[in-house]
Design a protein around this ligand. Structure first.
Ligand SMILES: [Zn+2]
Length: 153
């Protein structure tokens, strides 16, 4: 059954079991997680950063920007979470997904290039790499989620 709404739950650590209909938000670790709105049950981790997702909280509901495209899942669900409501978006062609990936990489490269290299330690490089893995246009989420959980424990 597909999910029509997500209620925010603010936590420090993402729970082991991501409940249906809940969007978990950890401000401390700048990450949010929910189960795919199509009902397939897969966990979707959305890192919050200037080059990933932006979270808006109006006091009751949350919105995530940009849309969530689960291209690496069999369902390939594509939707927005706006004001806690799921708004389905058109599925994208492989060519459009590929363009989006290239754009994401370019924006990340530009973002990280702005930082002075002296400020970039080995930890930060690792974190940046993991964030890229967690992007919806990239590899399956399981590995990124496992990585995050190891980090958060
Ligand atoms: Zn799904």
């Amino acid at each position: 059954m597909s999910q029509a709404r997500f209620a925010p739950q603010f936590v420090e650590f993402l729970p082991d079991d991501i409940g249906p209909g809940v969007l978990y938000v950890s401000m401390a670790y700048a990450v949010a997680a929910h189960r795919c709105a199509c009902g397939c049950g897969r966990e979707v981790v959305t890192p919050l950063s200037p080059t990933d997702w932006k979270l808006t909280f109006d006091g009751e509901n949350v919105s995530l920007d940009p849309s969530i495209g689960n291209w690496s899942f069999p369902c390939r669900a594509h939707y927005f979470i706006m004001g806690g409501k799921v708004q389905w978006a058109a599925s994208m062609s492989d060519a459009a997904i590929q363009r989006g990936r290239l754009r994401d990489r370019a924006s990340k490269a530009a973002h990280f290039a702005k930082r002075p290299s002296s400020a970039r330690g080995p930890m930060e490089g690792e974190a940046a790499l993991a964030r890229e893995e967690a992007s919806p246009a990239e590899k399956p989420r399981a590995s990124a989620l496992g990585w995050l959980r190891r980090l958060l424990r």
